[in-house]
Structures are given as C-alpha cells and as structure tokens.
Ligand binder design. Sequence first.
Ligand code: HEC
Length: 134
Amino acid sequence: MRCCKGLLIAALLVPAGFVHGETDVPSGAASLSNPYTGDANAAVAGEKLFASMNCDGCHGGGALGFTAPSLADGRWRFGGDDGAVFHSIFHGRPHGMPAYGAILPADAVWMLVTYVTTRPVPREVPTAAWQATP
Ligand code: HEC
C-alpha cells in the first residue's frame, strides 16, 4: 500500500461534490424559479436587505436609480424575469454590479429579486431610455 498513500490522501482532500461533478451553485439558482413568488413578506424582507446590503448606496433609495441604474423603471438591461435578476445579483454584471453570491445565501438573493421585481412601475418614467454601449 506504500505506493498509494499519497493518492489516498488526495482522495480524502477532494470535496465530495467535486468527485460527483457537482458545482457549488445553490439548488435555488439551478432551477431559477423564485421560491417566493407572490410572497409579500419576502418582498418586505428583500426591501430591508436592499438597504442593509447597501444596494441603495448605488441604486438609490427605493431602487429608483443613483450612480447605478434604476431597478424600478421597468427597464432591464439583462432581463427582468426572476431568473435574470437572480443572475444579476448572484453573479454580478460587467459594468460595476458586484457579485453577491459569495456573501448572500440564495434565499436572500431571491428575497431581493422578489423586492425589485414587484416594485410598481411608475406611469411616467423620468429617466432616459438606456442604450447599450459597445
Ligand atoms: C457598487 C455599486 C453597486 C452596488 C452596491 C449594487 N449594484 Fe446593482 N448594479 C450596479 C451597476 C453599475 C449595474 C449596471 C451593470 C451593467 O450595466 O453592467 C447594476 C445592475 C444591477 C442589476 C441589473 C439591472 C438590469 O437592468 O438588468 C440588478 C438586478 C442589481 N444591480 C441589483 C442589485 C442589488 C439587489 C444590490 C444589493 C445586493 C446591488 N445591485 C448592489 C451597481 C451596484
């Protein structure tokens, strides 16, 4: 058994999920279906997280827009369905949106998704339409 000692140790150090080809994407993200759809309490919890995680520091109070775009004007650069919004928060986006997947559980991200996607869109949107830059 002398030959295989190192191999055995290596096998013990490799996390079980890796061996089975699993990734660390939480189950909620894999299906991309919001477990809190229609849950008003989750939306309120998401609103609190939006302030406590300092989302409003960039997106403004009420997610109305500040140095980062409004999340309450019905316009979405990366898609406004729950799965796309989850992706934006969990993985981040290229022009300055940090990834929160490493610091927030998927559950909390879904609460944020529930909050930002259930904001009533104002009839008159004061911000200019966003245009893609190359
Ligand atoms: C450091 C500033 C900053 C912080 C903090 C921040 N964001 Fe963002 N966010 C941005 C920017 C800038 C963009 C636009 C990214 C782009 O266009 O690539 C963005 C994009 C987004 C989008 C995609 C919007 C769309 O039009 O598709 C969502 C959703 C979002 N942020 C939610 C959040 C949430 C929720 C939090 C808190 C957990 C948060 N952001 C914290 C800067 C920030």
